[in-house]
Design a binder for this molecule. Structure first.
Ligand SMILES: Cc1cc2nc3c(=O)[nH]c(=O)nc-3n(C[C@H](O)[C@H](O)[C@H](O)COP(=O)(O)OP(=O)(O)OC[C@H]3O[C@@H](n4cnc5c(N)ncnc54)[C@H](O)[C@@H]3O)c2cc1C
Ligand SMILES: NC(=O)c1ccc[n+]([C@@H]2O[C@H](COP(=O)([O-])OP(=O)(O)OC[C@H]3O[C@@H](n4cnc5c(N)ncnc54)[C@H](O)[C@@H]3O)[C@@H](O)[C@H]2O)c1
Length: 481
């Protein structure tokens, strides 16, 4: 017998975006349904941001111990206890997940529905096999999942995705990483630093989210000093053998070679969870990938009563964006039809490799379009930068973009030390639409990595014909500024 419910707002998916949408909608109505098909706990806490950063923290500890020699500090041989590393990852991960589970438990039981949600019509949803919900408004917040190209499936039971790694009881001897995107770089480098033999295979030349060719080359050279990374690999064959996964590929000068790995990690992008929703019944206009067309500021799909937030809308699959979008979509679903534009922030992304990668504001191609070619680039290398050298992290490059005439700071890309922090400073300036000169009016302490940022901004202002040339080793910049 089918159970029926009627609500004002149904939120599909209890991840970061869905929980945010639920909370925002609840300020307007108590007739709510929050539908979850699988586990509570969110992708970020269970298999995403948090366990990956925990693994990276262990890798950094190993790396720092191995490189203490630089400072004359002898640690002896560093050994890695794989099962202890993974136990800490899981213990801490479970703690983060438990906070999410507590939050869900606090939601009234009558609001919580378990089961796969599907559209029967624009206002009717099926949840699992035995429940139907009629909803005045709907927020789709069903997230994304790993997208695994068919040819990788030849790795059979040795094919893994990010979710699987955190369940390992011990570290393997070797992993082939397909996809040098954000997940592949973060997890691949961490595994490498924990003693796993890693090789990365890409297609099309891309490296993480980097769009600036000079930053990309710098990152590629740096990573390749640590592990082999071919961003445009020519993979000939993948085969599950008795020993693991044999991968045959063209390795340039070495010719066509076969290397065997314990596992193949597919980090080849993520796909929105739209396909299980019977979205064709929702009466929405879809793009050529089957995602509903929606407004960036209201998250509303066309002129409908349906909103879409988080990874599922395939626009900016990052945690803070999912949280913002959930809040905006839930608020609008609650207040409908009085739909309002929400605050969208300047783009910011950070990749937790070492060196880290940060992208801020417009990409170099977007700056070129927006300024119709009238822009300049300032840069600094961290090789000789004072503070970076002091702490032995003097690798990488920062490139900052500004508009000719107005002198406005437009965006930046960085591969270098403390990029997670410098990315924030630059994003805050971009959101304030500051000029490069106004940024240079801010205080810079000494000796700090931000002095390198100042050098890049001075270089940019000079190239915009606003400021003087950067003085090499200038005293008032501080040594190595
Ligand atoms: C390994 C990894 C590392 C990451 N690291 C970072 C990071 O450091 N920083 C960062 O900003 N971002 C990071 N991200 C991205 C970030 O995790 C996501 O952007 C964010 O979690 C998306 O939240 P969401 O609410 O859209 O999706 P989710 O949290 O995935 O929630 C979607 C929910 O919908 C449910 N669902 C799916 N289909 C249905 C259905 N038909 N009916 C009902 N429920 C359904 C799912 O079970 C899930 O619970 C990382 C991601 C990964 C995979
Ligand atoms: N630090 C963070 O903020 C963080 C960390 C992890 C994930 N994320 C989010 O999760 C999203 C998904 O991450 P992702 O790394 O899966 O996707 P991605 O889009 O960043 O990278 C996918 C990579 O796989 C490559 N690729 C595609 N097909 C391939 C093939 N057949 N063989 C080899 N390589 C192939 C692509 O060229 C690309 O380099 C990211 O876009 C990001 O938004 C963020």
């Amino acid at each position: 017998m089918v159970k029926r419910s009627k609500v004002e707002v149904a939120v599909l998916g209890a991840g970061t975006a869905g929980m945010g949408a639920y909370r925002a909608a609840r300020k307007h109505t108590d007739k709510l349904a929050l539908v979850e098909a699988s586990h509570y706990g969110t992708t970020c806490a269970r298999v995403g941001c948090m366990p990956s950063k925990l693994l990276i923290a262990a890798a950094e500890a190993a790396h720092d111990a191995r490189h203490a020699d630089l400072f004359g500090v002898r640690t002896g041989e560093v050994s890695i206890d794989g099962s202890a590393v993974l136990k800490r990852v899981r213990d801490e991960r479970d703690r983060f997940v438990s906070f999410v589970l507590d939050a869900v438990e606090d939601f009234p039981e009558e609001h919580r529905f378990r089961g796969q949600a599907r559209f029967l019509s624009p206002h009717r949803l099926k949840v699992g096999d035995d429940h139907e919900i009629e909803a005045d408004r709907v927020v789709i917040a069903t997230g994304s999942r790993p997208n695994v190209p068919g040819f990788l499936k030849a790795a059979g039971d040795r094919l893994v995705v990010n979710d699987d790694i955190f369940e390992w009881q011990d570290l393997p001897e070797s992993v082939a990483v397909f996809g040098p995107g954000v997940i592949g770089l973060e997890l691949g480098q961490a595994l490498g630093r924990l003693g796993v033999r890693v090789r990365m295979f890409g297609v099309g030349g891309s490296v993480g989210p980097i769009q600036d060719p000079e930053i990309r080359q710098c990152a590629l050279d740096t990573f390749n000093r640590e592990f082999p990374l071919n961003p445009d690999a020519d993979t000939r064959k993948i085969e599950r053998t008795a020993d693991g996964v044999a991968i045959t590929f063209d390795d340039g000068e070495r010719g066509v070679v076969t290397e065997t790995f314990d596992y193949l990690l597919a980090a080849t992008g993520r796909r929105p969870n739209i396909d299980g929703l019977d979205i064709q019944n929702a009466g929405l206009e879809l793009d050529d990938r089957g995602t509903p067309l929606f407004d960036h500021y209201t998250l509303r799909c066309g002129n409908s009563h349906i909103f879409i937030a988080g990874d599922v809308n395939n626009s900016q699959p990052l945690l803070h964006e999912a949280a913002d979008e959930g809040r905006i979509a839930g608020n609008n679903a609650g207040r409908y039809p009085d739909v309002r534009a929400g605050l969208r922030r300047v783009p910011l992304s950070v990749v937790f490799t070492d060196p880290q990668i940060a992208t801020v504001g417009k990409t170099i191609q977007e700056v070129d379009d927006a300024c119709r070619g009238c822009f300049a680039v300032g840069s600094v290398s961290f090789e000789g930068q004072g503070r970076s050298r002091v702490i032995g992290r003097n690798r990488g490059l920062l490139r900052v973009y500004g508009e000719h005439g107005t002198g406005i700071f437009m965006g930046a890309e960085m591969f270098g030390p403390a990029a997670e922090h410098i990315g924030h400073l630059l994003a805050w300036c971009a959101q304030q639409r500051m000029t490069v000169s106004a940024m240079l009016d801010m205080p810079f302490y000494h000796p700090v990595i931000e002095e390198g940022v100042r050098t890049a901004l001075r270089d940019l202002n000079h190239r915009l014909s606003i400021g003087p040339a950067v003085v090499e080793h200038c005293l008032d910049c501080g040594p190595g500024g």
